[in-house]
Design a binder for this molecule. Structure first.
Ligand code: NAD
Length: 393
């Protein structure tokens, strides 16, 4: 953000208590921007001086209106969302209320309060739903809503369309129109990331990371949190009149620009924490069936015990099926250049927080988990084969 020309600009970040929103808020604060973080939960870290935190729910219009009281917000970064991974993925009504209803409320508040710019944090998943995509670009059509394997991706797609079609709508205060754009990030990583990495580390530590799956040549992408911060700041600038509103109404894919096999990407984390990288490779369809069974079990038992599913179908696709996108449009129109990062910082973060293999620490526990994993695989194979055996009788 151009801190020299607009040092007193105020921005509001929904989901500002979360991993990415907080990181973006801190970066903008360092640039001299006035930052308001708006979230239903407090950030995990101490809030730096100069940043204001407002506790509130995007499902509640009055909470949002209160956050806008007494300030002229120049840009909203709409980052808050729900249902991305693990057990959250299976709570359909909450996902819809937050991702769709919450986005409606934010757009309405922007128009009422005369906020001229909004950057929406979308996802690769609005396009990808398990089909192979190599170097796709923004001309690709949205995945039809009924083909989404999960409700989070479906609702992110609905919300992105709402955000982009709100571009150019009249503001009720101060004249002018609302300019909007959407950034579609790959999987986010970085030090202190709390959504994916701790889950992976806990699987490694429990000895559950005993196999990989899918084609070793399959490629996916990731984005370092600071590259994503850079992209959001550039997108906010590219919505301004002095940049010809070039980003207005536009979506952009954002990644590190380095397609990589999902499991190879995590190799430095596994080995950096002192564990052996698994050599067993299972077929993708087997794991997909297993994920399906896990989801069914959660559907039946989830009300009694809301356990964390080992993997969901969407997670199997996202990790095992090739999909990567071109950064050309983001480079040309936003000036985005991905910086080189790797998982080393994250490894150091986990070590500093007491993780890492101690000699002889997991051998007996691992035997138990090996037994359980074998049992699960056998169950899945049986459930998989049973219908065809019955049909052939
Ligand atoms: N993490 C990834 O790998 C990934 C990949 C692609 C896209 N995204 C998108 O990036 C964004 C940020 O992801 P993240 O990993 O930082 O997620 P996160 O879960 O750390 O942050 C989301 C924040 O939204 C807040 N929130 C949820 N419901 C809310 C509500 N009703 N009102 C106000 N705040 C609410 C949460 O409390 C949380 O702090 C999300 O929009 C997500 O869809 C993430």
């Amino acid at each position: 953000m151009d801190s020299h020309k607009s040092p007193k600009e105020t921005v509001l970040i929904t989901g500002g208590g979360g991993y990415f929103g907080f990181r973006l808020g801190c970066a903008l604060n360092l640039l001299g921007v006035h930052v308001i973080l708006f979230d239903i939960s407090h950030p995990a870290q101490t809030i730096p001086e100069g940043i204001r935190f407002i506790l509130g729910d995007i499902r509640c219009l009055s909470d949002i209106e209160n956050a806008f009281q007494g300030v002229d917000v120049a840009c909203v970064f709409h980052i808050a969302s729900y249902g991305m991974s693990g057990r959250e993925q299976l709570n359909r009504s909450l996902i819809e209320e937050i991702n769709v209803g919450g986005t409606d409320n934010i757009l309405q508040a922007c128009r009422r309060r005369g906020v001229p710019r909004l950057v929406y944090t979308s996802t690769f998943n609005v396009i990808f739903g398990g089909q192979v995509i190599r170097n796709g670009d923004e001309s690709l059509p949205y995945l039809p809503l009924h083909l989404h394997p999960d409700h989070y991706s479906r609702t992110k797609s609905i919300a992105e369309k709402k955000v982009l079609s709100a571009n150019g709508t009249a503001l009720e205060r101060g004249g002018g129109v609302l300019s909007t754009c959407a950034l579609r990030p790959a999987g986010i990583y970085g030090p202190g990331e709390q959504r994916h990495l701790p889950r992976i580390v806990s699987y490694i530590e429990k000895g559950l990371f005993r196999f990989v799956y899918g084609d070793p040549k399959s490629l996916v992408e990731f984005v370092h949190v600071d590259n994503l911060v850079q992209a959001h700041i550039l997108a906010s600038e590219a919505l301004k009149a002095n940049k010809g509103h070039i980003a207005a109404g536009q979506p952009y894919f954002i990644s590190d620009g380095r397609p990589v096999n999902n499991f190879e990407f995590f190799r430095p984390l596994v080995e950096g924490l002192g564990y052996k990288f698994p050599s067993t490779r299972l077929p993708l369809t087997l794991i997909y069936c297993f994920a399906f069974l896990t989801e069914m079990t959660h559907f039946i038992l989830g009300r009694l015990y809301n356990f964390q599913p080992f993997l969901t179908r969407t997670e199997v696709y996202k990790t095992g099926v090739t999909h990567y996108f071109s950064l050309e449009k983001a480079r040309k129109e936003l000036g985005y250049e991905a910086q080189p990062f790797d998982l080393q910082e994250a490894v150091e973060w986990f070590k500093a927080h007491g993780h890492g293999r101690r000699p002889g620490s997991c051998d007996s526990k691992c035997l138990v988990w090996d037994g359980l994993v074998i049992l699960l695989v056998v169950t899945v194979v049986l459930v998989w084969l049973l219908p065809s055996v019955i049909l052939s009788m």
